[in-house]
Design a protein around this ligand. Structure first.
Ligand SMILES: [Zn+2]
Length: 214
């Protein structure tokens, strides 16, 4: 990990400087290009690297967040009681292995839907919805009745029509964080539980991780 003295708090609103230049392979074409990175100090959590790569070879733009610890000792399961639209303003650092469930609606957003992101829950849900619809169109599933029902429920949830509801952020790599409105005091609407990974989860977080050094 690089020197952290000058770490700046940045998010996807574009605040903060990208202060490191790191050669990395493009995830699309494999060309080695100079990625830009900034260290993000997330209060009451940890420091992560925000990486942006604009490939000069194939014009792909990719963006992700990486934890200095790569994989934490334990997985985390964060439960949020969503009571009002204000809860959607909480910032979420979604780890790349994090699955999001809304059990009362029977909804699950798989970890693969979006790469690691540090954005408010509302923005995350919008991007996830866009991504799910794009994938459905690309595979000819756009008219699937189950998908339509999923989308309708998710949109109603995002409009705060189906509250209160519980959201569960389950990350076997332990790299997911949800903003508390009362830190460092306990926020009664968030419950975080650490757990030992199963053999399957251990294999998942070990093999899915991009081992390219930061
Ligand atoms: Zn490329």
């Amino acid at each position: 990990m690089a020197d952290t003295t000058n770490a700046t708090l940045v998010d996807e609103s574009g605040q903060g400087a990208m202060d490191l230049v790191i050669p990395r392979p493009c995830p699309n074409c494999g060309a080695i290009v100079n990625g830009k990175a900034a260290l993000v100090d997330i209060p009451h959590f940890k420091e992560v690297a925000h990486l942006i790569l604009d490939c000069s070879n194939c014009a792909t733009r990719s963006e992700t967040y990486k934890s200095g610890h790569r994989v934490e000792e334990k997985g985390t399961r964060i439960t949020l009681n969503v009571e009002s639209k204000r809860d959607f303003e909480r910032k979420l650092l979604k780890g790349e292995n994090c699955t999001i469930e809304i059990p009362s609606l029977g909804l699950e957003i798989p970890a693969s839907t979006l790469p690691a992101r540090f954005i408010p829950i509302a923005d995350f849900l919008h991007r996830a919805l866009t991504d799910i619809l794009r994938q459905a169109q690309a595979t000819g599933q756009g008219g699937n009745p189950e998908l339509k029902q999923f989308v309708q429920k998710l949109m109603a949830f995002m409009d705060a029509d189906l509250l209160p509801a519980t959201m569960i952020f389950d990350d076997p790599a332990g790299n997911t964080y949800l903003e508390s409105f009362s830190a460092p005091e306990v926020d009664p609407t968030i419950v975080t539980v650490e757990y030992e990974r199963s053999v399957m989860q251990e294999a998942l977080v070990g093999s899915s991780y991009d081992h390219t050094p930061i």
